[in-house]
Design a protein around this ligand. Structure first.
Ligand code: GDD
Ligand code: MG
Length: 289
């Protein structure tokens, strides 16, 4: 099965990191985010990954080479436009994944659910406390979507199950996406499919969108081995106190420094006597956030 991964956003909420590194290449537990995502897709039988790229595709291509297929947009086409641009030639059921979500979703079960209902498009769902930065989805008992509201104002959401950013799609859905301009699948396409073949399936497993500073730090701490992760090329002085953190390549932590629940990005230096807690440290030795 083919998966289209939406990997072309500018990652504005993760600036300044995304000024130089596109979001899919940001390290999570010292490996590019996209490696984790692709491993999950492959484990569920995805044998072709088509990357819908826009912003800084070269860094992605340089790392993955021929392992992936790349479709580069001439200008940002939005989530819907990107799906159409990358999948226009497909004539079989395919998967779409937001390129910033890391999850243990049972994708195979989602595809079965989609086929059982003869759906045109099926969304994975995830429960959250505050849905205001997501797409809120309301479903009937059989999973048919009865309402989709992208980014509801805080306190106004009709439900707390959200669009988890993984879809199973029939190719005829692409006919709903106009060509030649940016189209948001969330604002413009899902509303057209409500009551017309859009289904959604709940999942309660692990799920995280890495797109904000807080969630980027959280994802790193969730993916490191228990106790922490230190890249072999880093130097942590025996007199330093480093706990529950990710220490990247060529970092240096000096004697007397304390680092806890933090991420040290490649080349970061924590000097003697300094304390770093719940932070992402950049290669210039200063906190990014
Ligand atoms: N190729 C391409 N072109 N990709 C794009 C474009 C574009 O113009 N715009 C955004 N993307 C990619 C982003 O890089 C990201 O991987 C994905 O599409 C979703 O965009 P985000 O900007 O991260 O959206 P969001 O997090 O605010 O909301 C989306 O994800 C939520 C779950 O994390 C929506 O799908 C919500 O409904 C959903 O709940
Ligand atoms: Mg996102």
């Amino acid at each position: 099965m083919i998966a289209v991964v939406l990997a072309g956003g500018e990652g504005t909420r993760l600036r300044p990191l995304t000024h130089t590194t596109p979001k899919p290449m940001l390290p999570i537990a010292n490996r590019p985010f996209l490696e984790h995502q692709i491993a999950h897709l492959r484990a569920h039988g995805i044998d072709r990954v088509v990357l819908a790229c826009g912003y800084r595709p070269d860094a992605i291509r340089a790392h993955f080479g021929a392992e992936l297929e790349y479709v580069v947009e001439p200008q940002p086409l939005g989530t819907g436009g990107a799906i159409a641009h990358a999948a226009r030639a497909l004539s079989e059921t395919f998967v779409v994944a937001n390129g910033d979500v890391i999850t243990d979703l049972d994708l195979s079960a989602l595809v079965r659910f989609h086929r059982d209902r003869e759906a045109r498009m099926t969304l994975a769902l995830h429960p959250v406390d505050d849905p205001s930065r997501y797409g809120v989805v309301v479903t009937a008992a059989d999973g048919a979507v009865t309402a989709f509201v992208e980014k509801p104002a805080p306190g106004t959401a009709p439900a707390v199950t959200i669009n988890a950013g993984t879809y199973v799609v029939e190719p005829d859905v692409l006919d709903l996406i106009p060509e030649g301009r940016a189209v948001s699948v969330e604002y413009e396409v899902f509303p057209l499919l409500v009551g017309a073949g859009l289904y959604a399936h709940s999942s309660n497993g692990y799920w995280r969108d890495i797109g904000t500073p807080e969630s980027y730090l959280a994802a790193n701490l969730e993916w490191m081995p228990a106790g922490g992760l230190v890249d072999p090329s880093a130097h942590v002085d025996p007199g330093a106190d480093v706990t529950g953190s990710v220490v990247g390549p060529r970092c240096r932590v000096e004697a007397g420094a304390r680092v806890s629940r933090s991420v040290l990005l490649e080349g970061a230096v924590v000097t003697a006597g300094r304390t770093v807690e719940n932070r992402v440290m950049g290669s210039d030795g200063e906190p990014v956030w």
